[in-house]
Design a binder for this molecule. Sequence first.
Ligand code: CTP
Ligand code: ZN
Length: 149
Amino acid sequence: MKKELKVSAIKDGTVIDHIPSNAAFKVAEILDLEKINKIISVATNLRSKTGKKGIIKVGGKILTKDEFDKIAVIAPEATVNIIHDYEVKEKIKVSLPDTLNKIVKCSNPSCITNNENVNTRFYVIKKDPLKVRCHYCERSMEKEEIQMI
Ligand code: CTP
Ligand code: ZN
């Protein structure tokens, strides 16, 4: 007998699946979920083939390109499922673009992006483990130092 309740299916919206368990809340944070008036579920420590995973289900939500890019930075193994009428209509594996515009902050306090009204721009120099370099000050940052805008 199955003892655990699974997170309910959704009718229309987005399911972000295969998030590393410890990154689920970070992904939730960048999604602007407070604006949404449909059911939102965040679950972590769910059993998966490769260990533990997190999952976020957001009714009525369509992700923007910036949100996709942010998820790729935080949870490169995540898949995004677009649900219509209870069916998975599209399954997209997130992927890092070569350039991150207005996605992450520069950790260098003297960088122009921290002092003037200039949007950040980073080049992805290594995907796994992630390493990015600032277009303006050339500071490189690794995954642990990266902060989202
Ligand atoms: N899902 C949902 N509501 C639906 C349909 C699907 O919440 N109406 C969720 C499922 O619970 C699952 C994810 O969307 O977490 C993807 O669904 P599906 O492709 O059916 O699952 P899997 O085959 O397990 O996906 P994968 O191969 O990506 O692991
Ligand atoms: Zn910089």
